[in-house]
Design a protein around this ligand. Sequence first.
Ligand code: SF4
Length: 517
Amino acid sequence: MKIVVGQGSCGIAAGANKVYAALESALKLLNTDTELTLTGCVGTCYLEPIVDVIDEEGIKTTYVKVTPEMAPEIVEKHIKEKNKIDDYIISQSDKSGIDSQKRIALRNCGIINPECIDEYIQNGGYKGLEKCLKELGPEGIIEEIKVSGLRGRGGAGFPTWFKWNAALGSKDTPKYVVCNADEGDPGAFMDRSILEGDPHSLIEGMIIAGYAIGANEGVVYVRAEYPLAIIRLQEAIDEAEKRGYLGSNILGLDRFDFNLRIKAGAGAFVCGEETALIASLEGERGMPRLKPPFPAQKGYWNKPTNINNVETFANVPWIIANGGQAFAAIGTENSKGTKVFALTGKINKGGLVEVPMGTPIRDIIFDIGGGIKDGKTMKAVQMGGPSGGCIPEHLLDTPVDYDSITKTGAIMGSGGMVVMDETTCMVDMARFFLDFTRKESCGKCIHCRIGTKRMLEILTRICEGEGKDGDIELLEELGHEIKAGSLCGLGQTAPNPVLSTLRYFREEYEKHIYDKK
Ligand code: SF4
């Protein structure tokens, strides 16, 4: 028998450490050889703390919302008497919500112990790397990634193979592989969950990228606000080194050396922009730089650098192990594979989901997410974080793929979905996101630095009942000017929440301005 406690940040916040300690004490009293271990987040954060009991035949019973007080009862009844406690078991609809997903990036999260490399290996881990070194070679890897159709999951959706090929083609050396784990969108926690729940999938993906482009050094740039992710990632790097997956002569083949280290970022949202991230890595203030040259030509220390985000790298070992065609068979014509989304806001079942590209937003929010809290009606969903835009309820049948989401005025972004109900003031919501981007502007360009401040002033006076005739037009004009005149993605997308709410909820702005009674 084995007991597994979900100890991602969400589980711990809900009390999983105390549950673990209570289970440990109860097992000690029982004097049993039942193994007690941990795992990351399976995605159903709303059910934490979650405890799985796995019997000798491998059959799993999942207990949810477990308290320290319930722990002795689980040990007494389930472990000692072999009787399940039906009242605590996950409901069929919650289980269906998990089973209906297609999990590639999250394939091991909530299943394996992230602190145990053997469990990763038993689940097929490092098989992709072996295939790369023994069979495919750099061009073969890039071809496989090209066939897969994988596009960057950090937001821009750029074809991954193209970036890798550009870095491979560059004659300059040394080359670098960088992982952008600077997840900063309010309401987004996809990358954190992979780092905490399956760090070896990222490590393996980065080693494969290094071999493909000819880099011997990699850096994971993680926000310092993710302490558990950093601890687990460092432990995983140390374990991978000990087992010969990192360091010199990887797999003992005398073919390839690769070292990996972590850089903790100080929490600037703009450092999610790749050139600002590189500046920060070099010890400079995190400010974006002009492109071109692109990082694949001149990146970290002006050398060819490939940057991808956590989810992108986590997909790579699966693609290599299963073949690019298997990944390309999922999704839509121009958006292949799956996408992880973080569901937050006024939703019943908040957490992480991974679905095939092309799944309608409605299915994610209502079928998996359980619909809107307190029986209220849905008004809109903000997609793509503060750089994204809001999608109104009448467009909920829009499929989640890069092109369809862009047509609505939002962006796929890294996968944040903040759900709003009938009580949400859309002007106030736009003000919240704009206030966030204004504070996070690095200040390099006037349009972004001053423009967002002026837009925020207008939004604030509208929200406070002091709006004037012409304010809406001024917001639109400023929004378009800022988008056109800003250097990096932060400024180019900062007005999106305002412009998209003006597109779909203009009457709310007008009501604030003209109907003040
Ligand atoms: Fe900095 Fe904003 Fe200019 Fe980007 S757009 S470089 S965040 S001032």
